[in-house]
Write a protein that binds this ligand. Sequence first.
Ligand SMILES: [Zn+2]
Length: 512
Amino acid sequence: MRRALLLFSLVLIACQAVASLAPSPLVISQPSPTFSPSATPQPTLTPSPTVTPTPLAPEVFAVRLHPDGSLYVGDQVSIEVISPEGVDQEEKNVRVQVNGDSTIELGSSEFGGYGIGERMQATFSWVWDTADLDPGDYRIEFAIQPDGPAWMETVHILPAIEVPSPEPQASWETVVTDCCQVHFITGTESSRDLPIVLELVEQQAKDAVQRMGVDFDERIPVTILPRVLGHGGFAGNGVYVSYLDNNYAGNDLSQVLHHEMIHILDRRLGGEMRPSFLVEGLAVYLSDGHFKKEPLISRAAALLDLGWYLPLTQLVDSFYTSQHEIGYLQGGALVQFMVNRFGWEEFSKFYRDIQPHASGEQSKAIDQAVQTHFGLTLVQMEGRFITELNRQHINPDMYDDLFLSVKYYDAVRRYQQLLDPSAYFLTAWLPDGEQMRQRGIVADYLRRPSTPENLAIEELLVEVNKQLRAGNYTDAEKALIQVNERLTLQQDNILVGTSIPFLFQHIGVESK
Ligand SMILES: [Zn+2]
């Protein structure tokens, strides 16, 4: 039985990531001062060979292969068999075999919840070793047991000599610094800029330890990812951060490193129950912002004015499926408000003393703890927080910045769901770095979709972020409109079936 044993066994904390698969619950009650619908004609795009239909068709199992893109002789191939939504797969498993000159049994796997989004799927990690195969077509047979269906797909394996740069020379290397073990892949941007990266890692670790006020002398494992995954940062059994030129998720390496390191230190300090809302709020507060340095309380006040503020009980109980930027900002602002009001020591005592509530609801657990420590209910605490927000003076630019930031990251996630699905944070493909190093595998993190559509949209997303950070909101808005127009066209192509599903780029599909 093969399960996703290679993936993180620890609960991943989705950082700088977001929203749910469901449409955002938010309604923009007040239009942005600059954002308006575009009347620009949509560009004409050719169908992408690497598009994954999203959402998945209700009655069809979807299959994804890793590494992303084409496969080459020598690849260690992983397979995800994704269940149709809402179908009970209890007691069912998937059996997979490959037919070439001979039959290769890849084994079977039960269905289980995958990733933060707990997508129902059977996962086969590095299950097919292609090192000794000849280039050419191979048929993969899938059988859902015990009652079917069964089907077959054909995969084309390219010669090893055609593997894209920086493979095949690329390999993992590790540098041990005072704070950290830094793992990176040779031939990538992090390898090129290694002294800068190492200095940032040291600085951020030192600052995170100081801000958290802890003694910490263990080295933190830091894996530098040469592609965007999620929003560029995850914390699990170590820190994972993206570092690459033209990072379409726009993350600032220092900011993400700091945020993830806070998570590592926070977890080490422990607590019986640390609600996700406060875990993320703490990391945002101690990093002075989410994606960038930002005045948390006045920015949260702008949320109120935009009609975007989420009631705390609702937000706490569905944190990772709420609108991401709003949830993180409210979390950071509330932690700052509580620290300002009660002091860091009292906040820490409260935070480390939250006990699970019999109902299982995190909001009730927080409510219990704020009553014990501060003599207030959560609703009363929220009332005082909102009073504080209403006192804030807000610079008019902040509305544009906030509005466009939220819409930018919504577009990033929309792009990932449509055209870079391995990167979408709720179900990101995140093999364990340690096991990759032991096995000498780099392709899962090196290869990513790179069709002309991918590159064009990523370039536009980079432009949105650049203009946004420069305060050029009109230009940011223009580029964002283009991104969404292109994504809408892709979505339409998927709906009418003119795009080719991700797996099937070199593949013929037949029923069995
Ligand atoms: Zn986080």
